[in-house]
Write a new protein. Structure first.
Length: 149
């Protein structure tokens, strides 16, 4: 799976809350797992300082993790509704390969759709769709730090 560098990409802020903070951005290495190519591209563009890997589904995400190893990634952004493996099956496969890797569940449904086991797990987060650049950064940052959203 190719690595996409987003250093050159830019996305115009859509609201005042999207304005970048004065502190330097964090250069995370993120795996974005979503069956919607546009969501993957837009999410990657919201993280221009980072290194982005992409997968279309849970099975492909596990292949990417096997190729790159857990130690090389900072977080997984995992869509909850994709064809193939369910969210739970995808999560289980990722956890089997990388037990401590932070995971942010992403969905157009509410945060309660992830269930209490996921919500209480350390180094996890939820990101509702649609989301802003700030919400994406905050969700990843919270999961990486291990603190709740």
């Amino acid at each position: 799976m190719p690595t996409v560098s987003c250093r050159e990409a830019s996305v115009a802020p859509t609201s005042r809350t999207d304005v970048r903070p004065a502190t330097p951005p964090v250069a995370w290495k993120i795996l974005i797992v979503d069956d919607d190519a546009m969501v993957r591209r837009v999410s990657a563009r919201m993280l221009p300082e980072g290194e982005i890997l992409m997968a279309e589904n849970g099975a492909e995400a596990c292949q990417v993790l096997e190729q790159h190893g857990a130690d090389s990634l900072d977080c997984v952004l995992l869509d909850m509704k994709m064809p193939g493996l369910s969210f739970e099956e995808s999560l289980e496969g990722i956890r089997r390969l990388c037990p401590d890797l932070p995971i942010v569940a992403c969905s157009g449904n509410g945060a309660d759709s992830v269930g209490p086991d996921f919500s209480r797990a350390p180094r996890t987060g939820f990101l509702g769709k649609p989301f802003t650049r700030k919400e994406l950064h905050d969700a990843i940052g919270s999961a990486v730090k291990g603190s709740p959203d």
